[in-house]
Design a protein. Structure first.
Length: 262
């Protein structure tokens, strides 16, 4: 029987947490059957490191370009100008616009600017025909409201590290979006199990958000992409299906979203 093939649709493998053993981390992921690692950008300070990792591992690592909401400050127009420059560079290929969205957990000082940056980057995703990876920490209702008010045809993507309820998940699915399921699914009090139970496999993606939010039994440690099977196994348990079924469905979903042929 062939080994299941998985995807990590959201990992920050270019961050300094991996500087000492990045190659080994990626090799471990490959050994565990992870066929594609999608790397969302954060801001101007992370672009080059992200591109370097993707250049070193072109058969595994696939870059996205965007401005993270926690990096939206007074100079956000300059940051967005740089994101636009990279997206327009035909010598580079990006697979999504991300990580974008709204974060009302850390600091609400630039909430208005976050909303504007979010809308501008949603426009960029439509302009370039790319999916979006949406960050919604303490802001699921706000982000859904923005997107529903736009009513854009052709907008597609994933709610990264999905943290909403079942009703909000249904609204996301109505817009044609996927739900990114990570290590939080293994946490007893997360409430995410109810969402996964209610949603079809065709709506789910697996992700780590490495180095953050590791699954049990690695909670409190650095997260890495080789832990994807632990997340998939929990999804399989909740859905009452095999690990192979989850791997096949979530990988197929990822390839369709990011327009890659397996």
């Amino acid at each position: 029987m062939s080994k299941p093939v998985f995807t990590d649709t959201h990992a920050h493998l270019y961050l300094e947490e991996f500087d000492a053993d990045r190659d080994q981390v990626i090799q471990r992921a490959e050994k565990e059957g992870i066929s594609h690692l999608f790397l969302p950008n954060i801001d101007s300070t992370s672009v080059q490191e992200m591109l370097n990792v993707c250049s070193a591992w072109p058969h595994l690592c696939y870059p996205m370009m965007g401005l993270h909401p926690t990096s939206v400050r007074a100079n956000y127009h300059d940051e967005l100008k740089l994101m636009k420059h990279y997206l327009a560079d035909r010598s580079l290929r990006f697979y999504g616009v991300g990580e974008i969205g709204i974060d009302l957990y850390w600091d609400r000082t630039f909430e208005k600017e976050q909303t504007e940056a979010f809308n501008i980057q949603l426009d960029l995703s439509l302009e370039y025909g790319l999916p979006v990876a949406i960050h919604t920490r303490n802001s699921m209702e706000v982000a859904l409201g923005i997107m529903e008010s736009r009513n854009d045809e052709g907008l597609r993507g994933v709610f990264h590290c999905y943290s909403g309820d079942v009703a909000q998940a249904e609204r996301a699915l109505q817009m044609g979006f996927y739900l990114g399921i990570g290590g939080v699914i293994t946490y007893k009090k997360s409430g995410l199990a109810d969402v996964v139970a209610a949603m079809p496999l065709s709506s789910l993606l697996t992700e780590t958000d490495a180095p953050f939010l590791p699954p049990v039994p690695h909670r409190g440690q650095r997260n890495e992409s080789s832990y994807i099977p632990l997340i998939a196994l929990k999804i399989a348990e909740i859905k009452g299906v095999s690990l192979e079924e989850v791997a096949e469905a979530t990988t197929r979903n990822a390839m369709e979203l990011f327009m890659i042929s397996l």
